[in-house]
Design a protein. Structure first.
Length: 105
C-alpha cells in the first residue's frame, strides 16, 4: 500500500492522538509549519541548509523540518529535504534533479 507524504505525516501523529484528532492536527499544523518554513527558506542564501523544530500546542510531540534553497536555472527552488515527527522521517517521492524531497511553491 502506498501512502502520500501527507498521509504518512497524519499516521505518525496517530501515535499521539486518536485518528480524527491526528487528521485535524495535520490539516492545521502542516500548512502552518510549511508556510513558516517557506518564509525562512526564501530569505536564506542559496545552498544553506536550514532546520527548524516545532512543538504541537499541547506538547505531545515535535516536528522537525530541514531544507534549503537551490539555484534552478534563473530562479531558486525551495526544498524540504526532511520532515520528521518525533524524529521519525516522512518519506518523500523522488523529484527529478533534486532527489527525495518536497518542493515548496
Amino acid at each position: 500500500m502506498y501512502f502520500t507524504w501527507q498521509q504518512q505525516f497524519t499516521l505518525l501523529l496517530t501515535k499521539y492522538y486518536v485518528p480524527a484528532e491526528a487528521a485535524r492536527a495535520s490539516s492545521v499544523l502542516l500548512p502552518a509549519i510549511l508556510g513558516d518554513f517557506r518564509k525562512m527558506l526564501s530569505t536564506a542564501p542559496i545552498g544553506k541548509e536550514l532546520e527548524e523544530s516545532y512543538n504541537t500546542e499541547d506538547g505531545k510531540t515535535s516536528i522537525t523540518v530541514r531544507g534549503k534553497k537551490m539555484k534552478s536555472g534563473k530562479k531558486s527552488t525551495l526544498l524540504v529535504t526532511d520532515l520528521l515527527v518525533a524524529d521519525v522521517p516522512v518519506q518523500f517521492d523522488s523529484v527529478p534533479g533534486f532527489g527525495r524531497c518536497l518542493i515548496l511553491e
